[in-house]
Write a protein that binds this ligand. Structure first.
Ligand SMILES: [Zn+2]
Length: 214
């Protein structure tokens, strides 16, 4: 099977999202770019029964190259990110806190220093209908110098160079959105970290993992 390992990775990533409540039903989608081909989850297939053969391989213009199923309806989003950035893997979720916060802010306030994990304050891409080129462009714009963006009234998208690393970041994005929602509902002004501090944290995160826990 063409690109078997990448297809299997996509299957396991979809199952991870489903098992951890980061998508509802068959929502959400995952892809990996391999040179001029994109391996992407199929549209509307139950994640628990999904196999590598169900995962679709398309060219950079969206033409189906292998796999009999329809690719995810967000294929234009994934292709636009690959054309417009250097990222080589994309994960799209409908996780609850990220989606809820996308309806009330334009940028996720930096109420937690984990904001630095995404390169700085996470922007919210303006709403456009799912599957459209307009939505794809809005998300590409929101991802400039970032590895995550929210999609207004819809969900979240994360991108990077390695699927396992991007998946690890999904719960952190959900966490900072959840923290902001809880803090914002308290009724007092939420203390927010400045850009300079976020950049200092970002510098400190490089090499993190070889130091003691903090
Ligand atoms: Zn979606």
């Amino acid at each position: 099977m063409v690109l078997h390992d990448e297809r299997q990775e996509v299957v396991e990533a979809c199952q991870y999202l489903s098992d951890n409540g980061l998508v509802v039903g068959t929502a959400g989608n995952v892809s990996i770019r391999v040179d001029d081909r994109v391996v992407i989850s199929p549209s509307g297939v139950n994640y628990q029964g999904m196999t590598a053969a169900d995962v679709v391989v398309v060219s950079m213009d969206g033409t189906s190259l292998d796999g009999g199923l329809k690719p995810s309806s967000e294929l234009p989003l994934h292709l636009a990110i690959y054309r417009g950035t250097t990222h080589s893997t994309v994960v799209h979720t409908h996780s609850p806190a990220s989606t809820a916060l996308s309806t009330v802010v334009e940028v996720v306030p930096a109420s937690h220093y984990y904001t630095a994990l995404f390169g700085g304050s996470v922007r919210v891409a303006p709403y456009a209908r799912f599957g459209t080129d307009e939505l794809a462009q809005n998300v590409v714009d929101a991802l400039v110098d970032r590895t995550a963006a929210l999609m207004s009234n819809h969900g979240a998208v994360l991108a990077g160079s390695q699927l396992s690393k991007v998946l690890e970041q999904v719960p952190y994005l959900e966490y900072i959105c959840d923290v902001q929602l809880r803090a914002g509902s308290y009724g007092s002004t939420v203390k927010v970290l400045g850009d300079e501090e976020i950049q200092r944290v970002l510098a400190g995160l490089i090499g993190y993992g070889q130091e003691s826990a903090r």
